[in-house]
Design a protein around this ligand. Structure first.
Ligand code: ACO
Length: 429
């Protein structure tokens, strides 16, 4: 088949640009040759730019589709579990029984932290936000695990990925325990990944703790749904940071920093803060009005998405989990959850939200689920980071093992001053 091309005509010159097709999704115009003509594309916020080629996940925002390695998210959420999905993301294929057993054993073995890391926590203020602790402690892993920090060594890369997947839940749970002033609880190999996280969050040495299987399953689903999401802000951050060959722990810390923002992973925490601020069903109208007002910077947190202009498939799954958890805990009549469900209903019927295709996103429901489980708001984004770690590792590994790998170095449209001469202080007026 002949190569399709796009022709860019500029000042009487024609530049032919190849059109590339992926296995799914829209074609892309390969603009790499533009630099040879002294031209660059200008696309702040990457609204029309594919920053890389990737085999890991696929989104169709108009149809509301999300696939991991080709598997629809609904099938994975309903029939798989988080560690199996992690194996899939890291290795490209689902594991067979022996591979799964081996993977689970390796994750279990790596889940403890270097003993000195426990002391590292003590340097933080007790009221530190868990994400601040996560950025610091995950970054500090490069000081503790130096022999798995060479990005250009495939064996070290694998070890680093496994360590991150296994240890980040321990770091996240300990950042909560540190806030609470409770003793750190060590991971338990007998528990599955989600149960173990609940255990490290809520168990204490003075009594037995048995994780509720419905809540553990709901948490496992949160992990699956947040595991990867193609080239979002934090994954792109990990790729850009890692493109210089920086060590993996520092790159994942950069991803955590990016995720923290309220327009990204911070949205689940911001949603609960907003619900608390609204406070009562009678005040929803006032807040909907503010969200529509162009002169007011207020946005309805947990609504809208850059890519999904139809219902986010993860939100549909999380909505189902949300009802299961509220039923299990008998919280359907809790005022905050009633308020959330009423807000969802009103926003779904409101002309402004319908027209702008602003549906509740996954973070709207995951925030409610975690709140119902007794997880404090400040831990929501840390849990998102925990779940996304495997996606970041997969994206980082794909980027660094790319044969045409190059450091990420975007160009710019300069809009500053023209060349001018330095003015000595006495002449500045
Ligand atoms: N409430 C009210 N209006 C909104 C909202 C909202 N939550 N989201 C978007 N809009 C409006 C904008 O004002 C804009 O209106 P205009 O066309 O009249 O100017 C229009 O919808 C398009 O919005 P953009 O900001 O251009 O959309 P973008 O794709 O850049 O932003 C984003 C997407 C950041 C998610 C946005 O919808 C938002 O801020 N939502 C709230 C925060 C949130 O929930 N983030 C979580 C994202 S999901 C995740 O990270 C897993």
């Amino acid at each position: 088949m002949t190569q399709r091309t796009a022709i860019l005509s500029i000042d009487g010159r024609s530049i032919e640009l190849p059109i590339l097709s992926g296995t799914l999704g829209p074609d892309v115009i390969d603009t790499r040759a533009l630099g040879h003509h002294g031209l660059f594309t200008y696309d702040p916020g990457f609204l029309s730019t594919a920053s890389c080629a990737s085999d890991i996940s696929f989104i169709d925002g108009d149809q509301g589709l999300l696939y991991y390695r080709g598997y629809p998210i609904e099938q994975l959420a309903e029939q798989s579990d988080f560690l199996e999905v992690s194996y899939l993301l890291l290795h490209g294929e689902l594991p067979n029984e022996a591979q799964k057993r081996d993977f689970l054993a390796k994750v279990g073995k790596e889940s403890m932290l270097h003993d000195q890391m426990g002391k590292f926590f003590q340097g933080f203020r007790r009221d530190s936000h868990p994400m601040a602790v996560m950025v610091g402690v995950v970054g500090a892993m490069s000081a503790f695990y130096r022999h798995s920090s060479d990005a250009f060594d495939p064996v070290q890369r694998q070890t680093a990925g496994l360590r991150l997947l296994a240890k980040v839940p321990t770091i996240a749970a300990w950042s909560y325990k540190y806030n609470e002033g409770e003793p750190f609880m060590y991971p338990q190999k007998r528990l599955n990944y989600a149960e173990n996280f609940l255990y490290m969050m809520f168990a204490t040495p003075c009594e037995e703790y048995l994780p509720n299987p419905i809540l553990a399953r709901a948490l496992d689903r949160i992990f699956i749904l947040h595991a990867d999401h193609e080239q979002n802000a934090s994954s792109s951050t990990v790729r850009v940071a890692g493109s210089s060959g920086a060590n993996p722990f520092a790159c994942i810390a950069a991803g955590i920093a990016s995720l923290w923002g309220p327009l990204h992973g911070g949205a689940n925490e911001a949603t609960l803060k907003m619900l608390e601020e609204i406070g009562d069903v009678s005040r929803i109208g006032e807040y909907i009005k503010r969200a529509k007002d162009k002169t007011d910077s207020f946005r309805l947190m947990g609504f809208g998405h850059r890519v999904y202009k139809n219902m986010d498939p993860r939100a549909a799954l999380m909505r189902q989990t949300c009802h299961e958890v509220l039923d299990e805990l008998g919280l359907n009549d809790d005022p905050l959850f009633k308020l959330a469900l009423e807000l969802e209903k009103i926003a779904l019927e409101d002309e402004y939200f319908i027209q702008k295709k602003l549906y509740p996103n996954v973070d709207f429901y995951s925030g409610i689920v975690m709140r119902a489980m007794g997880i404090p708001n400040s831990m929501f984004t840390a849990i998102f980071a925990l779940a996304r770690t495997v996606g970041w590792v997969a994206q980082w590994q794909e980027m660094i093992s790319e044969p045409e790998h190059r450091i990420a170095r975007p160009r710019q449209l300069y809009t500053g001053a023209q060349r001018r001469d330095f003015v000595p202080m006495e002449q500045r007026g």
